[in-house]
Design a protein around this ligand. Structure first.
Ligand code: PEP
Length: 241
């Protein structure tokens, strides 16, 4: 399985810059050794999906509701994401867990809804800096995995230490490898298909550190925030595979 390099644009992207970024990535991508995914804001999803159609680049949402439709003002359903061209959806990102009070139980319900709509969920887990200082990172990530994944889960896990997101701080390679091995063990124990799931690393992935991170055992790709907004940086990360 080729590594997946996923760009999480977060709440960034008006119409023209989003189109320019999507086209620059499409045109800069030559013989990529990776699968490439762009997760623009929901307002740009249909347009970006159309711009990358036929290129092999996939698109995804950054969150979804648990229901397909209904009286949920401001929410977006997984069926709507799929209708706008998405194949994937990021769920349980730490910014959603923190800013919107999303518990792992809510994330699990969203994961089930996304799978039912035919989307591939990318479920984010990760510890805070104080969890790590207290040596609690495996306990925290282990419970997030157990509680955020339905028993019939198929999809992708993204390990994103919260203290590494947007900070320029990155765990040591040994720490990333240890956590990915731990996550793999949890998946194998809890999930019938756990041995085959991709585990992405996310948190301050940049062109300068991508090759080392992507070369670590059990790192099946990267979830990239800030660097995915700059076409040449994102393309350099893809080329680092
Ligand atoms: C993210 O928020 O998913 C992320 C990894 O951000 P950054 O690459 O900016 O640390």
């Amino acid at each position: 399985m080729r590594p997946l390099i996923a760009g999480n644009w977060k709440m960034n992207g008006l119409t023209e810059p989003s189109a320019a970024l999507a086209l620059a990535i499409r045109h800069g991508l030559a013989d990529a050794g990776a699968e490439v995914l762009l997760c623009p804001p929901a307002t740009q999803l249909a347009a970006v999906s159309a711009l990358v159609e036929g290129s092999g680049i996939a698109t995804g949402g950054q969150d979804c509701h648990t229901r397909d439709s209904g009286a949920h003002t401001g929410d977006i359903s997984p069926v709507m994401l799929a209708d706008a061209g998405a194949r994937y959806v990021i769920l349980g990102h730490s910014e959603r867990r923190q800013d919107h009070g999303e518990t792992s139980a809510i994330v699990a319900a969203k994961v089930s809804a996304a799978m039912k709509a035919g989307l591939i969920p990318i479920v984010c887990v990760g510890e805070t800096e104080s969890d790590r200082s207290a040596g609690e990172q495996e306990t925290v990530v282990g419970s997030q995995i157990t509680e955020s994944l339905p028993s019939d889960f198929t999809g992708i896990i993204a390990y994103e230490p919260i203290w590494a997101i947007g900070t320029g701080k990155v765990p040591t390679s040994a720490d990333i490898a240890a956590m990915h091995a731990f996550i793999r063990g949890e998946l194998i124990r809890d999930q019938a298909e756990g041995v085959g799931f991709r585990i992405l690393y996310g948190g301050s992935v940049k062109p300068g550190n991508a090759a080392e991170i992507l070369g670590l055992p059990d790192v099946g790709g990267a979830l990239v925030g800030g660097a995915s907004l700059i076409a040449e940086d994102f393309l350099a990360i893809i080329r680092a595979v």
